[in-house]
Design a protein around this ligand. Structure first.
Ligand code: SOE
Length: 374
């Protein structure tokens, strides 16, 4: 290990949790040359901060982000707050000479985003936006196939990001439904990912024709469900797009599609083939190549878990999908909970013995060429 990066994370909600987990897991799995040290987690409410620090392993807490970004012992500022704070924090962090890692969408307006870019450029600091879906092996495989020309000239991009968590009109008016805090609705929250994937895989977008819709105009207040407040962002967004390279596309994002939980899907058609991806089956890429022999030509489901696939080497053997690690986490969790209760969890040694008896019986049967009772 060549050194350490002291991290300050600002924001402890869903994205803060995802980022905390990334700092914890990156070293044991991927051996980066710089090791993140989870120095301080920063937010508004002290008891929530303490709980988050304890849960994820942050050394300290702070309710003062301004003081935090000025600290001389902080190298990297991670902005996982709602969008209305991105610009102010990022600019302050850049001025303090810190590397900045920011959740998407970058800002709540283009004007803010421009100021953020100017600040990091002027300070000469490292900066990154968190478009995590670019780092999925199957998505990177799609990129390889596109960049190598295997699917030919790209003609169509069809990107849909569908969720359903606000489909119920009684779902409360959380910050993501407030323009002041979130900037926009499904468009910025989910559409930003689709746009990023479109740019990453196909190229720059030159022209769009969009439509935004807010189906549920008022919702119960989060703090008092008897009162209602106005939804000031889009529930759904849809756009046609033209790309610099001549491709055309559609970009759809909604949080009002019952049954679609995290359906981030794209299909890209080229002159010689198609690639299609669905986040809900994130270890797979569907591939169709005109160059395949006609009698076997068709969509192939490629399981992107071979060491030859991008990023996979750091994880598991072929077929051991990403997500495999969570099965161990769940197992260890149940073990710890059982220890806390003073009980023996399941499966336990009794299960191990019963299993062993079956294995032994199979061996015996194989040698004796007979049925064997267990
Ligand atoms: C909620 O809609 C959300 O958590 C987004 O904010 C994330 O960016 C997306 O990756 C998953 O869904």
């Amino acid at each position: 290990m060549a050194g350490t990066v002291n991290v300050a994370l600002i924001g402890y909600a869903f994205m803060g949790k995802a980022h905390s987990n990334a700092y914890r897991q990156v070293t044991p799995f991927m051996s980066p040359r710089l090791e993140p040290r989870m120095k301080v987690i920063c937010g508004r409410t002290q008891d929530k901060l303490e709980a988050a620090a304890h849960q994820y392993g942050w050394e300290e807490t702070s309710t003062d982000w301004r003081a935090t970004v000025r600290r001389t012992d902080i190298d990297l500022v991670d902005i996982s707050t709602p969008g209305d704070l991105h610009a102010e924090i990022a600019i302050a962090a850049a001025r303090a000479g810190k590397a900045v890692f920011c959740e998407k969408p970058l800002a709540n307006s283009v004007a803010e985003a421009r100021k953020m870019v100017a600040a990091v450029e002027k300070a000469g600091v490292v900066h990154m936006i968190c478009h995590n879906y670019r780092r999925i092996p199957a998505v990177l495989l799609a990129k390889q196939l596109i960049d190598s020309g295997r699917i030919g000239t790209i003609r169509h991009f069809r990107g849909t990001y569908l969720q359903d968590w606000i489909a119920d009109p009684m779902f409360p008016l959380v910050w993501r439904l407030d323009r002041e805090q979130a900037g926009s609705g499904a468009l910025g929250d989910l559409g930003a990912h689709v746009v990023d994937l479109a740019r990453f895989l196909v190229g720059e977008i030159t022209e769009v024709s969009g439509h935004l819709e807010t189906f549920v105009q008022e919702r119960p207040l989060a703090a008092n469900s008897r009162k209602r407040g106005r939804v000031t962002v889009d529930d759904a967004s849809i756009a046609l797009a033209c790309f610099e390279n001549g491709a055309i596309g559609t970009i759809e994002a909604t949080r009002m599609a019952p049954g679609r939980k995290n359906w981030n899907r794209f299909e890209i058609n080229g002159s010689k083939g198609t690639v299609a991806f669905d986040l809900e089956r994130m270890n797979e890429l569907e591939v169709y190549l005109e160059s395949d022999d006609v009698e076997v030509r068709g969509f192939h489901r490629v399981l992107a878990t071979e060491p030859e696939h991008p990023l996979v080497k750091s994880w598991w053997p072929p077929g051991h999908v990403i997500g495999y690690e969570h099965t161990f986490i769940h197992t260890v969790y149940d073990l710890l909970e059982a220890m806390a209760d003073g009980r023996v969890p399941s499966p336990n040694f009794h299960d191990g013995l019963k299993n062993q008896l079956v294995l032994a019986a199979i061996e015996k049967s194989a040698t004796t060429r007979r049925w064997v009772s267990v």
